[in-house]
Ligand binder design. Structure first.
Ligand code: C2E
Ligand code: CA
Ligand code: CA
Length: 963
C-alpha cells in the first residue's frame, strides 16, 4: 500500500489481497467530505441499500463504537474522511475469525489499507480545501474587482466592460449581456451586450417588457430563477411556453439579478460552440456575480445619482450663492449709487469751476457705469443751440456749440426721457422721423448710446450721455435707470450751480448797479449842488434874461441906502422901466415871442449902463436900473434918454419886425427913504405917469406924482361910479378928404364928464379902464351913445368910426352884438366903421378875421388904427378884410421937423401897399398945412387932425352942418 497514492489504488489492492486470502467478495466505500460524495470501489457496487448501509455504519461507529458485523471501518477521522469495507457473504468470517493465519493476514491487510486510506483521504481533503480556497480567492478577487469598479470613477460602459472581463475570467463569457428591468415603468434596458454571432444588437434605450414577452430573458426576470441549458432544457425550465429569438445558442445561462426577492434584471452568457457548455458551478458563480453586478450597478447608479444630486445641489447652491451674490452686488451698487448721488449733490454746493465739476461728475458716473465716452450737453439760454461744456470721447474731439438739430441728444431733450439707443432703435427713430440718419449714431462705430435728460425746475436743461464703440459694452435698461437717477442729481446740481452763478451775476450786477447808482447819486448831488447854486442865482436872478431880480435889486438898494446914510452925497438913481403895450405882444404872438422881446429889451438896457450899475427884471415887462456913484439926477436922465434911443431899432421876432417902446419912471434916492420898497414905489409912480402921458417917455418923480399914483385905485372906483352915473359921452372928430377938406366921416372919441375934474380925455383914465377891465362896459356904453347921437351926422353921406378895444374881440359874438345895437338904436350899419389896432389882429387872428368878415357882410367896414406903432408887418394886412388904414400920428408929427426921412419912408410904404390892396389911407394927427401938403404930395387922400377939426360933441357938427 505504501506506493499506492490514490484511494482507488488502495481500494483495488485491498480487494485483490482479500481475494487472494479467500476472504470472500467485498467492496470499499470512501469519502473525503463525509457525508457527501461517497465513492464505491468498484463503482458497480454502489446501490442505495449499500449507501444507506454505509451511512448507518459510520453513524453507529461514531455513536457507540459498535460496528455492523458486515462492515468494517477502515479509517475515520471523525469528521470528513471515512473509508469502510463492506463485507460480502464471507465478511463476517473474515472479520471475526482471526485465529487462523489467513485470518491474521487478512486483518493485517485491512489495517494497512485502512492506514493508507486514512492518509490519502486526508491528503485529498487538503487538496480539495486548497482548490476550494483558490476558487474562493478567485471569486473574491472578482467580486472585489467588481465592487472596486462600482466605486471607481469609471463611466458605466467602461465599468460594464470591466465586469464582462471579470466574468470572462471566471467562466466562458464570450457572449454576454446584462439587461435591467424597471419594475415601475415595466421596461427592459440592455445596458451591456456583447455577442460574437448575433448581428442585430438590441436597442440602447429602455423598451417595454412586452416587447420581450415569453423570451428567455423575460422568463428569467419574471420567474426570478436561473435558466440554463439547451433550448429543450430551457423550454422545460420556463414557467410557460418559450419564444426563442435571435440565433439559437448551444447553451444558454441566464441568472436574475435579485434584490429583496425581486428581479431587477438578468445577466446572461451563452455559447454557440458545441464543446462549450455551462456547469452548475458556472450557474452558481454567475448568480453570485450577478448579485454583485447588481450591487455594483446600483452603487454606480447611486453614485451617479449622488453625483448628479451633488451636482444639482451644488448648482442649486451656486444659484443660491449667485442670487446672494447678486443681492450683495445689488446692495453694493445701491450703496455706490447712493454715495455717488451724495457726492454729486455735494459737488453742486462746491464752488469749484464748471470744468472740474463736470470732471468730478464724470468720475462718479464712471464708478457706476462704463463711462469711457461721456458728455454733458446744455441748452443755450434762448434754447436755440446746444453747448457741450464737458466731452470725453475716444473717437472725436469736443464739438463746438451748435444749433439744435435732429440728433439723439436733442431727441432726449425733446422727449424729456432717457433713451437707450442701439442700432435697431436708431433705425426706428430715423423711420419715425425723430432723428435724421446723418446723426443717427454720431459715429458709424457707435455701438450703443445711452442718454438721459437733465430736467431742471422749469425745463429740460440738457442731457448727459454715454456711448459705447465696442460690442463688449452694451448698456441695459438698468444702466438707463441708473443714469436717469444720476441725471436728476446732475440736473439739480447744474440747476443749483446755474442759480448760484445767476445769483453771483445778479450780485455783481447789483454791485455794478450800486456803484453806478452811487456815481449817479454823486452826479445828482453835484447836479443838485449846481442847481442849488443856480437856484441861489435864480433867487437873485431872473431866469429868462439872466438879470438880477427884485430881491437882488432890493438888496442893492438897501446897501445903497446904507452908504447914503454914511455919506449924504452918495445919492442913487432908480429907473423903473415898462415896455409899452407888451401885453399885446404876449397875447397876440405868444409867450415865446414875448420872452424874446423881453430878452432883447434886457440886452439893450444892459448896453445902456456900466458897472456898477444894476439892471434887473422886476416882473413881467417891468425892469429897473440902479445907478450908483454917479451925478444924480443928471446921469439918470441921460441913461433914460439913452434907453429910449436904444428902442428905436426894431426887434425881429417870429419873422416880424416889432418896435418896442418903453416908458420910464425915475426916483432919486436920498436920505428921506427908509427902505428899498419906498424908492421902488416912487419910481413906479413916475412910470405910471410916463405911460399916462402917452408912453415912450420918462418922468422924474416928485410929490405931486405920488398923489396921482395914490389915486389909481380911487380912479378905478371913480370909473365904476361914472358908468352908473352915465358920465361918458362921445366926441366926434371929422375925417376929411385932404384935397378939399371935405368931411367923409367922423371918429367917435371917448370923453368923461368928470363932476370935479371936468371933461377928461382917454389919456387920463384909459389905462386904468383897460387894466381893470372896465373898458368893456365903457365901450359898449360909448357905442350906444354914439349910434344914438351920430344918426343925424351921417344922414346924408359919410360914416362914423368907433374905437373897439381889443378886449371886445374876446367875445366871438362881437359882430352879432354890434348889429343888435344898430337895430336897437336904428343906426344904419352901412354908416358904421370899426377901428381896431394891430394888437387886435395879432391875437386870435383867425377869429378876429371872421368877426370882421361877418361885420363886412353886414355892411360894417373896418379901419386899422394907429398903424405903424404896433407890431404888425405890412405883409400881414391883406389877410384881414380891411377898408381903411390909419397911419399913426407919430409918423405924421415929424413931418416939417428936422428928421423926417424915417417917417416918410414908412408912410410911402404904407401908401404903396394900401393902394395895391385897394385900401383907403387916413393920416392921423395932421396939425399943419405943411404936413397936409406933404401927405397929399405923397399921394395920401384922407386925413384927420386939429388942422381940420378938434373932437367936439355931435351937436357941434350938426349945428355947423345946419350952418
Ligand atoms: P386915437 O384913436 O388915435 O384917436 C385920436 C386921438 O388923437 C384923439 O385923442 C384925438 O383928440 C387926437 N387928435 C386928433 N387930431 C389931433 C392933432 O392934430 N394933434 C394931436 N396932438 N392930437 C390929435 P383922444 O380923444 O384923447 O383919444 C386918445 C385915444 O383914446 C384914441 O386915440 C383912442 O385910441 C382912444 N379912444 C378914444 N375914444 C375911445 C373909445 O371910445 N373907445 C376906446 N376903446 N378907445 C378910445
Ligand atoms: Ca381911433
Ligand atoms: Ca389913432
Amino acid at each position: 500500500f505504501l506506493h499506492a497514492d490514490s484511494i482507488e489504488t488502495v481500494a483495488v489492492l485491498l480487494l485483490a489481497g482479500l481475494r487472494d486470502l479467500h476472504a470472500g467478495s467485498h467492496c470499499v466505500a470512501t469519502s473525503s467530505d463525509w457525508p457527501q460524495s461517497v465513492t464505491f470501489h468498484p463503482a458497480g457496487c454502489r446501490t442505495a441499500t449499500r449507501l444507506a448501509q454505509v451511512e448507518r455504519a459510520v453513524a453507529a461507529h461514531r455513536a457507540a463504537g459498535q460496528t455492523d458485523p458486515r462492515t468494517r471501518i477502515l479509517c475515520d477521522d471523525g469528521q470528513r474522511a471515512v473509508a469502510l469495507l463492506l463485507a460480502g457473504e464471507t465478511m463476517d468470517a473474515a472479520g471475526n475469525a482471526a485465529n487462523t493465519d489467513g485470518e491474521r493476514d487478512a486483518r493485517a491487510l485491512l489495517d494497512d489499507a485502512g492506514t493508507r486510506l486514512a492518509e490519502l483521504l486526508q491528503l485529498r481533503q487538503l487538496r480539495d480545501s486548497i482548490e476550494r480556497l483558490e476558487k474562493g480567492e478567485q471569486l473574491q478577487r472578482a467580486l472585489y474587482a467588481i465592487a472596486d469598479m462600482a466605486g471607481s470613477d469609471l463611466e458605466m460602459p467602461d465599468m460594464l466592460r470591466g465586469v464582462h472581463a471579470i466574468v470572462g475570467g471566471l467562466m466562458y463569457a464570450e457572449n454576454f449581456y446584462i439587461a435591467l428591468h424597471d419594475p415601475d415603468a415595466d421596461t427592459l434596458c440592455f445596458i451591456y451586450f456583447v455577442d460574437s454571432v448575433e448581428t442585430s444588437l438590441p436597442p440602447v434605450e429602455a423598451l417595454p417588457m412586452s416587447r420581450f414577452e415569453r423570451g428567455l430573458t423575460w422568463y428569467t426576470i419574471r420567474d426570478g430563477k436561473p435558466m440554463m441549458g439547451s433550448n429543450e432544457q430551457l423550454a422545460g425550465q420556463a414557467s410557460g411556453p418559450v419564444t426563442f429569438r435571435g440565433v439559437d445558442s448551444v447553451d444558454w445561462l441566464g441568472v436574475p439579478m435579485l434584490r429583496n426577492g425581486r428581479a431587477k434584471g438578468a445577466v446572461v452568457v451563452q455559447s454557440y460552440l458545441p464543446g462549450v457548455r455551462f456547469t452548475e458551478a458556472d450557474r452558481s458563480l454567475l448568480a453570485f456575480v450577478a448579485e454583485h453586478i447588481l450591487t455594483a450597478l446600483e452603487r454606480k447608479r447611486t453614485k451617479e445619482q449622488l453625483e448628479l444630486r451633488v451636482q444639482q445641489r451644488t448648482r442649486e447652491l451656486a444659484e443660491a450663492n449667485s442670487g446672494l451674490r447678486e443681492q450683495i452686488a445689488e446692495r453694493e451698487r445701491g450703496e455706490r449709487l447712493q454715495a455717488a448721488l451724495y457726492r454729486i449733490a455735494a459737488l453742486a454746493n462746491s464752488d469749484e469751476s464748471s470744468e472740474r465739476f463736470y470732471r468730478h461728475i464724470h468720475a462718479i458716473v464712471g464708478e457706476l457705469l462704463n463711462a469711457e465716452n461721456f458728455y454733458i450737453a446744455l441748452k443755450s439760454e434762448d434754447g436755440t443751440s446746444l453747448e457741450f461744456p464737458y466731452w470725453v470721447d475716444a473717437h472725436s474731439p469736443p464739438p463746438p456749440a451748435r444749433p439744435m438739430k435732429p440728433g439723439l441728444t436733442e431727441y432726449v431733450i425733446r422727449s424729456a426721457r432717457p433713451q437707450l439707443v442701439g442700432r435697431t432703435r436708431a433705425q426706428q427713430l430715423v423711420a419715425q422721423g425723430e432723428i435724421v440718419p446723418s446723426v443717427a449714431l454720431r459715429d458709424s462705430s457707435t455701438h450703443c448710446w445711452l442718454g438721459a435728460p437733465l430736467i431742471g425746475e422749469e425745463s429740460v436743461l440738457g442731457a448727459v450721455a454715454l456711448q459705447s464703440y465696442s460690442t463688449e459694452v452694451e448698456y441695459t435698461e438698468r444702466d438707463a435707470e441708473l443714469l436717469t437717477f444720476v441725471s436728476y442729481q446732475i440736473a439739480s446740481s447744474v440747476q443749483r450751480r446755474n442759480n448760484a452763478q445767476a445769483l453771483i451775476k445778479l450780485n455783481a450786477e447789483l454791485e455794478q448797479r450800486v456803484q453806478s447808482r452811487t456815481a449817479e447819486l454823486r452826479e445828482q448831488i453835484a447836479v443838485r449842488e449846481r442847481v442849488e447854486s443856480q437856484l441861489l442865482h435864480q433867487v437873485m436872478h431872473d431866469a429868462l434874461t439872466g438879470l438880477p431880480n427884485r430881491i437882488y435889486l432890493r438888496d442893492r438898494i438897501e446897501r445903497a441906502m446904507a452908504s447914503l446914510r454914511r455919506d449924504p452925497d452918495m445919492k442913487f438913481g432908480l429907473l423903473y422901466i415898462d415896455i409899452d403895450r407888451f401885453k399885446v405882444v404876449n397875447d397876440s404872438l405868444g409867450h415865446l415871442a414875448g420872452d424874446e422881446v423881453l430878452r432883447e429889451v434886457a440886452r439893450r438896457l444892459a448896453s445902456c449902463v456900466r458897472e456898477p450899475d444894476v439892471v434887473s427884471r422886476l416882473a413881467g415887462d417891468e425892469f429897473a436900473i440902479l445907478l450908483e456913484h454917479a451925478e444924480i439926477p443928471d446921469t439918470a436922465t441921460k441913461v433914460a434918454r439913452r434907453i429910449l434911443q436904444s428902442m428905436h431899432q426894431s426887434i425881429d421876432v417870429e419873422g416880424q419886425s416889432l418896435l418896442a417902446g418903453v416908458s420910464i419912471g425915475i426916483a432919486i434916492g436920498d436920505a428921506h427913504y427908509h427902505n428899498a420898497d419906498e424908492a421902488l414905489r416912487d419910481a413906479d409912480t413916475a412910470l405910471y405917469r410916463a405911460k399916462s402921458a402917452g408912453r415912450n417917455r420918462f418922468v422924474m418923480y416928485d410929490e405931486s406924482l405920488n398923489q396921482a399914483a395914490m389915486n389909481v385905485f380911487a380912479l378905478e372906483q371913480d370909473l365904476r361910479r361914472a358908468l352908473t352915473h352915465d358920465e361918458f359921452t362921445p366926441y366926434f372928430q371929422p375925417l376929411v378928404r385932404l384935397r378939399d377938406a371935405s368931411v367923409i366921416g367922423y371918429e367917435a372919441l371917448l370923453r368923461w364928464r368928470h363932476p370935479q375934474r371936468g371933461m377928461l380925455a382917454p389919456g387920463d383914465f384909459l389905462q386904468v379902464a383897460e387894466d381893470s377891465g372896465l373898458i368893456e362896459p365903457i365901450d359898449w356904453r360909448m357905442f350906444h351913445l354914439t349910434m344914438e347921437a351920430a344918426g343925424d351926422l351921417v344922414r346924408g353921406s359919410g360914416f362914423i368910426t368907433i374905437n373897439v378895444s381889443p378886449r371886445l374881440f374876446q367875445d366871438n359874438d362881437l359882430d352879432g352884438r354890434l348889429l343888435q345895437l344898430t337895430r336897437d338904436t336904428g343906426f344904419n350899419p352901412a354908416k358904421l366903421r370899426v377901428e381896431v389896432t394891430e394888437g387886435t389882429l395879432l391875437g386870435d387872428a383867425e377869429a378876429a378875421a371872421k368877426v370882421l368878415q361877418r361885420l363886412r357882410d353886414a355892411g360894417i367896414e373896418t379901419a386899422l388904427d394907429d398903424f405903424g406903432t404896433g407890431y404888425s408887418s405890412l405883409g400881414q394886412v391883406h389877410t384881414f378884410p380891411l377898408k381903411m388904414i390909419k397911419i399913426d400920428r407919430s409918423f405924421i408929427s415929424p413931418i416939417g421937423g428936422g428928421n423926417t426921412s424915417r417917417s416918410t419912408a414908412v408912410i410911402g410904404a404904407i401908401l404903396a401897399l394900401s393902394h395895391s390892396l385897394g385900401l383907403e389911407v387916413v393920416a392921423e394927427g395932421i396939425e399943419t398945412e405943411q404936413q397936409r401938403d406933404a401927405l397929399v404930395a405923397m399921394g395920401c387922400v384922407y386925413g384927420q387932425g386939429y388942422l381940420f377939426g378938434r373932437p367936439q360933441p355931435a351937436s357941434h357938427w350938426i349945428e355947423s352942418l345946419i350952418a
